[in-house]
Design a protein around this ligand. Structure first.
Ligand code: DHB
Length: 513
C-alpha cells in the first residue's frame, strides 16, 4: 500500500472522506466458485474472490454506473494461485454508447449496457459458447443492433488463466436527471473509464493484480471506448472532467488495448461508411440517396489523404483510391483463407460452390472488392449512418448536451438538418467533444506518448455497423507510430463477434510477460 490519495482540492470539507472512499478494501470480498469452459472445451474449476460494486469516484454523479467489480482467482483446478501480480483485464460492457452498470452484479462477467449486455446467465458459464449477447438499441435509423457483452467470454477465460478481472460501469447517453439534463453524453463514458483506471492505479498494492499491466477490452461502442482509453492515457484534456467527479489522483494510462468492432472516429464515420457500403442496398432492397453518399465519399477521400497512412505489410501510402485493394490484400483474403483452411474438405467444397467469387488455390483465397461487397449484401444503416439529418442516430444522442437529447456533430449533418433547427452549424462545444471521444485525435492531431503500445483489434467482415476501414485506419496509424498491432478480421462474422478469445488471452500473457 502506501499510495497517497490526493483530496479533491475544490472541496476540502469532503476531502478526507473522499480519500477514504477511494481506498480499496482487500478484505471486502466474497469467495465464489465458477466452472469455466476453455476454448478447447475443457472445464476448469475456478475459486475466486469477488468484490461487488465499488464506487470509483469521490463525487459520483450516479454511482449506479460509476462503480466497478473485481474478480481475482485464488485456486484453479485445485491448485492455489497468487494473482497479486497478474495482468488485469479491464473489461467494459458498454454497448450502443448506453449506460453500463455493474451495480447489481453478483459474479464475474456481470456487467452490461441497458439493452442487454454482459450479464452471464448464471449456471451456464461456457466461455467458448460465448459470442452473442445482443439486443436492439435505438440507433441510426432505428436499426442499430448494439452488442454490449459480446466479449464476456474474455472475462471468464481471463479468470481461468489466472488474471485479475476488473469490470467498470460507465454513464451512457440516455441518462437524464430530474431537471431534464442529459448527464451521460460525451464525454461522460470515457471520463468514467479513466476515473476507474485511476481508482485501480491509486490502489496499487491493495487491489489484486499488477496495475502496471492493465489490458482494456470492449466491443462496439465499448471497443471505441477501449481504444480511446488506450490512445488517450494521461491526456490532460480530461482533467477538468475527472476533477469534477472526484477521480483518484493517479495515472489513467493503460498497458495494452483490446478492441472489437470499435464504432469510433465518429466525425469521419459517415464518409467512411459510404466509401465502404455506398453501393450496397438497404435490407429493404432500396439504394440510399446517392447524392448524399457521393458527397460523403468525397469528404472521406480528403480525410484519408490527410491521414498520410502507410498500409501494413509494406503496402505503401493509403488513399481512398487504393484502400479497396489494401482491404482485400491485407485483411479480407487472409481472413477468408483462415476460415477456409479450418473447414473440413467437404465443408470447404460446399462453401466454395456457394461462393464462386472466391478462387481457392494453394491455401490462398482471392477475390475482388466488388464481389466481396456483393457477398456481404445489405448494409445496416441509411445515409448518413452516424450524423443523421433527422437526429435519429444513437450518435446524435451521444453528442446531446444539457436538456438537448440529440445534436449534429458534423458540418454536413448540421447543414442538411431536417428537424427545423435554426442553426445550420454544429454547436461551439462540439469540436472539443469530438476530440475527447476520438482515439485518432490522440494518435494523429496530438500524438500521445502515454498511449498503450500493444493493440488487439478485431472485426467481422460482415459487420456493417460501421466502415471496415475504421479499424484498419486505427491499426495503420498505430503501426506507423511503431506500436505493436495485432489486427485481423473474422470471415463472415457480423457485429460483435469474438471468435478467438483464447488467442486474446494468450496474447495478454505474451505482451505483459
Ligand atoms: C453500437 C452499434 C452501432 O451501430 C453504433 O452506431 C454504436 C454502437 C454498439 O453495438 O455498441
Amino acid at each position: 500500500g502506501g499510495i497517497a490519495l490526493s483530496a479533491n482540492a475544490s472541496d476540502s470539507k469532503t476531502s478526507s472522506s473522499s480519500s477514504d472512499a477511494l481506498v480499496f478494501d482487500p478484505d471486502a470480498y466474497t469467495k465464489l466458485t465458477k466452472t469455466i469452459t476453455d476454448t478447447e472445451g475443457t472445464e476448469h474449476k475456478v475459486v475466486y474472490h469477488f468484490w461487488k460494486a465499488i464506487t470509483y469516484v469521490a463525487k459520483p454523479v450516479d454511482a449506479t454506473y460509476q462503480s466497478l467489480i473485481v474478480s481475482a482467482p485464488v485456486e484453479i483446478d485445485g491448485k492455489a494461485v497468487d494473482a497479486s501480480n497478474a495482468p488485469i483485464l479491464f473489461a467494459n460492457s458498454v454497448g450502443g454508447y448506453l449506460p453500463a452498470s455493474v451495480a447489481t452484479a453478483t459474479e464475474v462477467g456481470g456487467g452490461g449496457s441497458a439493452m442487454g449486455g454482459g450479464a452471464a446467465p448464471s449456471g451456464a458459464p461456457s466461455a467458448s459458447a460465448s459470442t452473442s449477447a445482443s439486443a436492439s438499441a435505438p440507433g441510426a435509423n432505428g436499426n442499430t443492433n448494439a452488442t454490449g457483452g459480446a466479449t464476456s467470454s474474455n472475462q471468464l477465460l481471463a479468470l481461468a488463466a489466472g488474471y485479475v478481472v476488473i469490470e467498470p460501469g460507465a454513464r451512457g447517453r440516455t441518462l437524464k436527471n430530474s431537471g431534464g439534463e442529459y448527464y451521460g453524453t460525451a464525454p461522460a463514458a470515457i471520463v468514467d473509464l479513466k476515473a476507474a483506471v485511476r481508482y485501480v492505479k491509486s490502489n496499487k498494492g491493495r487491489i489484486p493484480g499488477n496495475v502496471e499491466r492493465i489490458v482494456s477490452a470492449g466491443t462496439s461502442a465499448g471497443g471505441a471506448l477501449s481504444s480511446l482509453l488506450g490512445a488517450s492515457g494521461d491526456s490532460p484534456v480530461y482533467d477538468k472532467y475527472l476533477k469534477e467527479i472526484g477521480a483518484a489522483d493517479a495515472s489513467d494510462a493503460i498497458f495494452a488495448t483490446g478492441a472489437w468492432c470499435p464504432i469510433t472516429d465518429l466525425e469521419h464515420a459517415d464518409g467512411a461508411y459510404e466509401w465502404n457500403w455506398g453501393a450496397n442496398d438497404l435490407s429493404t432492397g432500396k439504394l440510399v440517396d446517392q447524392t448524399v453518399s457521393k458527397a460523403l465519399q468525397a469528404q472521406f477521400a480528403e480525410y484519408q489523404a490527410g491521414l498520410k497512412l502507410r498500409g501494413l505489410g509494406g503496402f505503401g501510402p493509403l488513399s481512398a483510391r487504393n484502400l479497396d485493394e489494401y482491404m482485400v490484400e491485407q485483411y479480407l483474403q487472409p481472413s477468408a483463407a483462415t476460415y477456409l483452411a479450418a473447414l473440413s474438405d467437404s465443408a470447404r467444397e460446399t462453401y466454395l460452390k456457394a461462393n464462386t467469387f472466391i478462387t481457392w488455390s494453394d491455401g490462398k483465397a482471392t477475390f475482388t472488392w466488388a464481389d466481396f461487397l456483393t457477398h456481404v449484401g445489405a448494409r445496416k444503416k441509411d445515409t448518413p449512418a452516424f450524423d443523421a439529418f433527422d437526429l435519429s442516430a444513437g450518435e446524435n444522442n451521444e453528442f446531446g448536451a444539457g436538456t438537448t437529447l440529440a445534436r449534429h456533430f458534423t458540418a454536413y449533418g448540421a447543414k442538411n438538418d431536417s428537424t427545423g433547427l435554426s442553426s445550420k452549424r454544429v454547436a461551439s462545444d462540439i469540436p472539443a467533444k469530438l476530440d475527447l471521444m476520438n482515439p485518432m485525435h490522440h494518435l494523429v492531431a496530438k500524438v500521445n506518448p502515454n498511449r498503450s503500445k500493444h493493440w488487439w483489434i478485431r472485426l467481422g467482415t460482415k459487420d456493417s455497423d460501421t466502415s471496415l476501414t475504421v479499424a484498419a485506419n486505427l491499426a495503420a496509424r498505430l503501426d506507423n507510430l511503431g506500436d505493436d498491432v495485432n489486427h485481423l478480421y473474422y470471415w463472415d462474422e457480423g457485429h460483435g463477434a469474438n471468435t478467438d478469445p483464447g488467442d486474446f488471452i494468450t496474447w495478454i500473457a505474451q505482451v505483459t510477460g
